[in-house]
Design a protein around this ligand. Structure first.
Ligand SMILES: Cc1cc2nc3c(=O)[nH]c(=O)nc-3n(C[C@H](O)[C@H](O)[C@H](O)COP(=O)(O)OP(=O)(O)OC[C@H]3O[C@@H](n4cnc5c(N)ncnc54)[C@H](O)[C@@H]3O)c2cc1C
Length: 198
């Protein structure tokens, strides 16, 4: 839909607290009409746009591992330098449990990404596999970053560290490119053969 098409307008969404680096707009289509030449070539129906989304989702399942890794590494470093009750907070068992759980989920998410990458290279990946990776990796990345935030405690809510920024951005990532609910339903259908979308 080229800009300037009659009936097509956009309205920017302001006051975002997530993905602030990019402009997000509402797209309004009112009796907008396009010539046949505007149709994506060589595909019929929704296959064209959906295959684009599948690529974007595949990218996301890698990207969120990077966000989670940054938060894990920030929390690990902080735990070794911040002292309370006469020792680094990383010496407390509760902090170590958080760090270990973060590391487990971080490395599991990376392995999911590697595995799906190999399947993609071999041409064996399906949209359901991508749903599996997107749902798991975004969800776990968000948990890892939230856990990192608790280790940084009050410092975790400032932009002095990257953690709260990643959390806020991941909130959008949980929703866009297929919400976590819809990816759950995609997988639910894949394992039961029963649709639950409506
Ligand atoms: C920062 C940002 C950038 C975005 N960029 C783009 C973009 O570039 N292109 C684009 O197309 N979209 C973009 N989106 C939109 C995004 O894809 C949608 O927000 C998302 O698809 C959810 O739609 P909605 O917000 O209308 O929620 P709704 O559809 O109103 O859903 C609300 C809630 O109900 C759940 N729900 C809805 N239907 C069902 C159902 N059948 N079964 C179970 N649960 C259901 C949803 O999962 C969600 O939890 C962006 C969103 C954000 C936040």
């Amino acid at each position: 839909m080229p800009r300037g098409t009659k009936g097509y307008t956009t309205r920017d969404i302001h006051k975002k607290l997530s993905l602030r680096a990019s402009v997000t707009s509402e797209l309004i289509l009112e009796d907008a009409r396009l010539p046949a030449s505007a149709v994506l070539p060589d595909v019929i129906g929704m296959k064209g746009p959906l295959s684009c989304l599948n690529e974007a989702r595949y990218g996301i399942l890698w990207g969120v591992v990077g966000a989670a890794r940054t938060c894990y590494e920030t929390a690990l470093e902080y735990s070794k330098t911040r002292h309370q009750f006469g020792k680094p907070i990383g010496a407390f068992q509760l902090t170590q449990e958080k760090l270990v759980n973060m590391l487990l989920e971080l490395n599991k998410a990376a392995l999911v990404a590697y595995h799906l990458g190999r399947m993609k290279d071999e041409g064996r990946i399906t949209p359901q596999h991508v749903s599996f990776g997107k749902l798991n990796n975004v969800r776990e990345a968000l948990e890892i970053c939230r856990s990192a935030r608790t280790i940084l405690a009050a410092n975790g809510i400032t932009l002095e560290y990257p953690v709260i920024r990643h959390i806020n951005n991941l909130e959008s990532v949980l929703t866009y490119e297929g919400t976590s609910e819809i990816h759950t339903l995609v997988l639910g259908e894949a394992i039961t053969g029963l649709q639950a979308y409506r």
